[in-house]
Design a protein around this ligand. Sequence first.
Ligand SMILES: [Zn+2]
Length: 333
Amino acid sequence: MEYRDLLEQLIRAHGPSGDEEDVCQVIQRNVPATVDEVTVDVMGNLIVHQKGNGPKVMLAAHMDSVGIIVTHIEKNGFLRFGALGGLEPKAIYQAPVRFRNGVGGVIAVNENKAEKEFKLTDLYLDIGAADETEARNLVAVGDTAVFAAPILKNGTRLISPCLDNRAGCVALLAVMQQVKNPVNDLYFVFTAQEEVGLRGAKPVSWSLEPDYALVVDVTCPDDVPGALHEGTTAVGKGTAIKVMDHSMIAHLAMVAQLSRLADEIGITVQKDLLKVGGTDAGAVHVSRSGVLTGGVSIPCRYTHTPTELIDQTDLEACVELIRAFCESELVRR
Ligand SMILES: [Zn+2]
């Protein structure tokens, strides 16, 4: 399948919030030669410019994933850690993780904690070290680790860590390959530190000062047993047009434009309303005097766990919709 090799490379690259360089390098290696300029800013955002004469459009996908950072190495060789991004203690208990240097570990919980009540501070990391000295030979305080789990495939369904948001990064790279002579002035931005508070998106949207922005990220669906109706989408039912989440109410003109384009190119789309969480769009749309911002989402079950699940056809539809937006006639704001 078309995007899978690239997606797998990106998933395997080490890229927790604040330490996105490996992911950035994989993306840079896959940027087509036809682009006009590639830069990396102080925050670590990767900006790819494809010049056009129309309005300035910022297309954004975050490169970072959730992860953990070592805060203490204890005498018995066990590690304590802080969270990089939103981690749910019950969802990451017994998750396997991997440091950049290849050292593996498993997240475990203090045995005296009943499962119902444990918090992140009750978790520790076991890297199998016999004592503090052995642990310090393997990792240091400040080292980061990400979920390490296999990439599983059933037909078009993928189960893997880091689909949030390497799937979005793949989507932007695919659009970049496909848009040869852009009518609009396109800035593909692969942002840093989204998971810790949209920190890369803020300065880059300020410096680019776009007329329009389109943010691609995963969204939590409402299609599993006992779903709490916090979202509105279903995996495999098409890409989703962002209407709102906890960080943004999408501009109605963007929702209308994306819906019209989906009709024109003949793809089925869903509406994405999410009562919790947010995306880089939350920072971009309130940049400077405001940016006309929309979002395109890929439904993803079990986000921020080692076993996120998406359907590749949703990703492919997302590429089609973003490409249609890039090629559409936009009014300079
Ligand atoms: Zn995300």
